[in-house]
Design a protein around this ligand. Sequence first.
Ligand code: NAD
Length: 297
Amino acid sequence: MTAERIDGKAFAARLRERVGEMAGQFEQWSGRKAGLAVVLVGEDPASQVYVRSKHKATVAAGMESFEHRLPADTSETDLMALVDQLNRDEAVDGILVQLPLPDHLDEQAVIAAISPNKDVDGFHVTNAGRLAVGQSGFVPCTPLGCIMLLTDRLGDLSGLEAVVIGRSNIVGKPMAQLLLDANATVTIAHSRTKDLPGVVKRADIVVAAVGRAEMVKAEWLKDGATVIDVGINRLPPAEGEEKGRLVGDVDYSGAESVAGAITPVPGGVGPMTIAVLLRNTLVAAYRNAGLDVPESL
Ligand code: NAD
């Protein structure tokens, strides 16, 4: 048996198209474009790439992109003043402060300063709380993208055994919460879990969000399991290669012969993250304008 490849790239493209159409409708109804402000402090090369692609995707979806690039030695007071200004700016529906911040800045304090109603990353403690108690708020983009892929493939998740490997605030924990909301029976595994292969073996759904190249092996998986691989790891370059290959947390080539369906890396979960960010921004825009959020979002 060869697992179905879950094409996150194609799914994300369709989501972006839908967001683009709805963004046009929003503009007609409200007389302005939905707006996303992205704040980048410093010159971390990976962050620069992310910020550039977020900007391009926002503009391509017919939304306004406000970029704020601050020097690496920006003080917390200055950064907080910018966040405060963006909180009050009616043209800004969503605010994203690109992480990681330089060491002298307190990430938790900066996230806490963002208005929860503009926190399209879903990192604010108010939004984490809303997710935990089942109120509508903003859910972190990566796990929300994963649950979209899962429900698209499996439909109703009721009663399925789901194992989430990883317990970070931005992926593992909200992922587990979303699966629980979808009535799956959820286990969160992490670095202290005993017998991880045994835990994974009972899962109908495995979500791996660890950051360890090809850690999850084919023999850990239950036959036919649906596998969502969030990990992005660069292998050391092989001979003749300039850069090493990107791989996930799951040994894809082995898992393919056991799983029912699996997301590739790259081209699986990765493209979903920005698409969901655009979706969250548009949802914020509808809410901020006092309009009903279209169900198809
Ligand atoms: P993190 O480092 O914050 O958390 C990793 C988690 O893995 C921890 O909770 C830890 O307990 C667990 N863990 C570590 N070693 C383990 C082991 N041996 N066995 C079981 N669990 C173990 O990472 P994160 O921010 O949640 O990201 C996880 C991965 O997902 C990374 O590779 C990251 O690059 C990737 N990621 C991808 C996207 C995307 O858009 N596709 C978004 C966010 C993160």
